[in-house]
Design a binder for this molecule. Structure first.
Ligand code: PFF
Length: 470
């Protein structure tokens, strides 16, 4: 009888470098997780999906599906120490599995391009709003003026193109220099600053008339409000999608950052910190925004423009609002920047590894692809706009909405599902236990149970339900 002798594990190192400390990794991964997803996407989805019930389910997904999958992704990344495509290929070979597993990496790269393409357009709005608030355009503005200013911006493809191009160039610049230099320092300072400014916003929200209504809307599930919706496909699917999107899971971003993580750093501990920071920022953003939305009679289900319409009104009213407004959009831009970087990194590392390209060239090529695709989103808010109904919601921005739904609700959860299957069902216990580095403890067992059963079953049921099978 021939017995397969496990290969002696060579401790790999990444050719792209390593984080200088565990903190550097936490900061960078938090930089990836905290972004427009928390401050722009979370509030508007919450508003479209009726508030508290959506928030509750989102939190549930972060905890029982997102967190274990994040640990799995970091673990795979650190074990493979290459671009997600090559990491999956190497690990599959090592575990005696099909080389088709690298397709998981490819799907991630594709999702990264699509997300970055529209992410950059929205980040472009943020750039525009730095100047708009800084120039005092919202001083004493009412809901009508703020709504009109936003509509004027998105109706103008030339402006959107200019800001989208600027933001993509900024992203290319950082990725070309290597993710580690600069990013660490920037995030260390900017994340706490963003956090504090959000607290200032919450402070302002507390002074508005409808503060309690906003809090209730966010934290008290109102099942009557969503009675007409299909609970699984209309609430659970977008909530799950938001959990994946916000935590940067399912496309290799966290995996590639994990590949730069030192061997001795604790994966469970770092994952909990990242998820906690990410979730707090999203909730704070919600607490800051909804009281303003209600106080000024705006529509919570107003769609992707929600924060760009609501927050400037508040800045126009509060003391030093021009300063705070400008600062807020600067910090939001940085938060988006550090996320955009992680969306491009998996593709760039693959080009460097497999096409022996210089990082600069690889980044220029990958960035240009994402930029070109972004033109579709630019036009989807004006010339190419069309509407359709999804999850009981009227979506008005054609291709942008399609890209967003396709990636957040389908590709990322599918990527996460495959990561879970790979890590818990196919990789040997020996490998995962060795890599996770906590021994055969309760943490290990809890993690394994969650990635083996809870996460896959959760994702599969929601998928099947969304297509009408269960
Ligand atoms: N997590 C980022 C945000 O919330 O803005 C967006 C994102 C980054 C999604 C990286 C996916 C990803 F891989």
């Amino acid at each position: 009888m021939t017995q397969k002798i496990p290969k002696l594990l060579v401790k790999r190192t990444s050719i792209h470098g390593q984080w200088s400390s565990r903190w550097a990794f936490i900061l960078a991964a938090t930089g990836s997780a905290v972004g427009l997803g928390n401050i722009w996407r979370f509030p508007y989805l919450t508003g479209e999906n009726g508030g508290g019930a959506f928030v509750l389910i989102y939190l549930f997904f972060v905890l029982v599906v997102g967190l274990p999958i994040m640990m799995a992704e970091i673990m795979l990344g650190r074990r493979g120490r290459q671009s997600p495509i090559n990491t999956m290929k190497t690990l599959a070979e090592e575990e005696g599995l099909s080389h088709y597993w690298q397709l998981l990496g490819w799907m991630g790269v594709a999702a990264g391009f699509i997300i970055l393409s529209y992410y950059s357009v929205i980040a472009g709005w943020t750039l525009a709003y730095i100047f708009r608030t800084g120039l005092g355009m919202f001083v004493d503005a009412d809901a009508e003026l703020s709504t009109r200013l936003f509509s004027d911006l998105i109706a103008d493809p030339e402006k959107l193109l200019a800001w989208h191009t600027t933001f993509m160039m900024m992203t290319i610049l950082v990725v070309a220099r290597g993710v580690k230099s600069g990013l660490e320092k920037a995030v260390k300072f900017l994340m706490p600053a963003l956090f504090i400014l959000l607290l200032v916003m919450v402070g302002y929200a507390m002074s508005t008339e409808k503060f309690m209504q906003g809090i209730e809307y966010l934290f008290v599930p109102d099942f009557d409000a969503i009675a007409e919706k299909n609970f699984f496909s209309d609430i659970m699917l977008p909530a799950m999608g938001q959990a994946f999107f916000s935590l940067s899971l399912g496309m290799g971003a966290i995996m590639i950052y994990g590949s730069y993580l030192a061997q001795r750093s604790s994966i469970p501990w770092t994952s909990v910190s990242i998820a906690l920071a990410d979730t707090s920022v999203a909730l704070l953003a919600g607490v800051a925004i909804f009281p303003i939305v209600f106080t000024y009679g705006l529509e919570p289900a107003g769609g992707p423009g929600l924060i760009f319409v609501s927050l400037p009104i508040a800045f126009g009213q509060m003391p030093f609002g021009t300063f705070f407004g400008c600062l807020f959009f600067i910090l939001l831009m940085f938060a988006g920047w550090t996320s955009a970087i992680s969306l491009l990194e998996p593709a760039v590392t693959w080009l460097v590894e497999n096409r022996s390209m210089k990082r600069i060239k690889a980044t220029a090529i990958a960035g240009t692809i994402a930029w070109s695709l972004g033109l579709v989103t630019v036009l989807s808010f004006n010339k190419w706009a069309f509407s359709f109904s999804f999850a009981g919601q009227e979506k008005e921005n054609g291709f942008f909405d399609i890209f967003d739904i396709l990636t957040a609700n389908i590709m990322l959860p599918l990527g996460g599902l495959l990561v879970a299957i790979f890590a818990a069902w196919l990789m040997s216990t020996r490998s995962t236990m060795e890599e996770l580095g906590v021994g055969d403890t309760l943490i290990y067992r809890g993690w394994r149970f969650a990635v083996k059963y809870i996460a896959p079953v959760g994702v599969i049921i929601i998928f099947l339900n969304a297509i009408g099978i269960v």
